[in-house]
Design a protein around this ligand. Structure first.
Ligand SMILES: [Zn+2]
Length: 423
């Protein structure tokens, strides 16, 4: 960087006249002071502008603590995501992601476009340090200077944001994915600017399946199609990561379909519950109870919730619609979950459809016979259960996608299936 552009950068960072900065710099350069050092002296002379009178220290990333006001770092940009936030009534475009050097990684927010990209090596001067969730983060604002480093900064780990779904965590920004859209629905929501249409669904790659939301629907997104999606951010939804697309996300169709995971990670129920929720998980355990509210039930035609005595809690007296479902408590010794099994799987377990269940209830003059039949079949048995786990103050619920007798031994499994057939 030459004197002129350094002077310009400093002048805008310090909010003073460029000519004044330039003559200060030139005076120092006459004494063979290196340009960067000269710039620091000029910055000190003019007191910076955000950090008060203290001079920012030049630190390695792992030396930065929430006690520091401002710092200088030399770093590689690992990721960069773009997002609009509403700040004091105005929409502002910010960039955020992770920076790293050999010592560690730190999150950043850039409040203006400094023109750098993921992969760039930067000298960042006078970055503000703020605390987020107990950790330091860097704020790059008006008084921050950013210039290209002379050589590439060595870092541990991947640069650029390309990620497998299994590696995503809430808080990630500027990630790039290659995925297949497995489900997609459009919905209208009440957004901050009134009614707006969004897309939500499920996407998958070879490593995992995750829910996604596209807040600014990209017209290409369609069930079954495979895409490279750049610049997504990750939030937590019911304890599991969810992928978010914004107006800044780019969606490009892939010629080759992305192959997707056909199995879910298998965890103990204790591990899964401790995780706080998982979008797609497999557990194995014993059904220890089939809860009330299983078997033949009635749902509100408006909201789909289960109703009691023809009364919906939201919609009052309604004409209920018959359905079959099971709420089974599954325990593996580490913890238990309530497995919620929908119509189709319940029909398979019960051995009959809704009409057959109604017929049985009519004959017995008691709906409960359907749940009793299910109890006889399930309680005491070991099952492999796959689904989406959510954990809240009411407990752990697993919305079941797959439910079958557990056996890792094919011979044992065959015996179990035969026993099932002979019944
Ligand atoms: Zn209702």
């Amino acid at each position: 960087m030459d004197v002129d552009s350094k002077a310009e950068e400093l002048a805008s960072a310090l909010g003073i006249d460029k000519q004044e900065v330039k003559s200060d710099l030139e005076a120092l350069l006459e004494f063979d002071v290196p340009l960067d050092e000269a710039a620091q002296s000029v910055r000190r002379k003019h007191g910076g502008s955000s950090g008060g009178s203290s001079t920012p220290e030049t630190l390695a990333v792992d030396e930065i603590t929430t006690e520091h006001g401002t710092v200088n770092v030399t770093v590689r940009v690992l990721t960069q995501g773009t997002r609009t936030i509403r700040y004091q009534g105005d929409d502002q475009t910010i960039r955020e992601g992770k920076l790293a050097d050999e010592s560690g990684t730190i999150s950043y927010t850039a409040w203006q476009d400094f023109g750098f990209e993921a992969g760039d090596s930067l000298v960042v001067g006078n970055a503000g340090v703020r605390e987020w969730d107990g950790h330091p983060e860097l704020n790059l604002g008006q008084s921050t200077t950013v210039s290209m480093a002379d050589k590439t900064v060595d870092v541990d780990g991947p640069v650029g944001g390309d990620s497998d779904l299994i590696d995503l965590a809430p808080g990630d920004r500027g990630r790039n994915l290659e995925v297949r859209i497995q489900e997609v629905d459009s919905r209208t929501i009440d957004g901050r600017d009134g009614e707006t249409t969004i897309l939500s669904g499920v996407l998958a790659d070879e490593t995992a399946r995750l829910p996604f939301t596209d807040w600014n629907p990209h017209p290409d997104i369609d069930e079954g199609a495979s895409f490279r999606i750049e610049d997504v951010y990750v939030r937590e939804y019911r304890g599991s990561p969810s992928v978010n697309l914004s107006e800044f996300s780019t969606v490009s169709p892939l010629a080759e379909p992305v192959s997707v995971a056909d199995s879910a990670p298998r965890l103990s129920i204790g591990e899964a519950v401790d995780n706080g929720g998982l979008f797609d998980v497999e557990i194995v355990g014993n059904v220890i109870e089939v809860r009330d509210g299983s078997g033949l039930i009635e749902r509100c035609p408006d909201c789909g919730r289960v109703i009691q005595n023809g009364q919906c809690r939201t919609h009052g007296e309604v004409e209920g619609e018959d359905d079959l479902r099971i709420k089974a408590i599954v325990d593996d010794g580490t913890a238990s979950v309530t497995a919620i099994i929908g119509t189709e799987l319940t029909e398979g377990i019960y051995g009959g459809d809704i009409a057959a269940a109604k017929e049985a209830a009519r004959e017995a003059m008691d709906k409960e016979v359907v749940a009793d039949t299910i109890r006889e079949k399930l309680v005491g048995g070991a099952y492999r259960v796959r689904g989406s786990l959510s954990v809240d103050e009411y407990g752990a619920n697993l919305n079941v996608d797959e439910f079958e007798p557990a056996s890792d031994d094919p011979a044992e499994r065959a015996t179990a299936v035969l026993a099932e057939v002979r019944q």
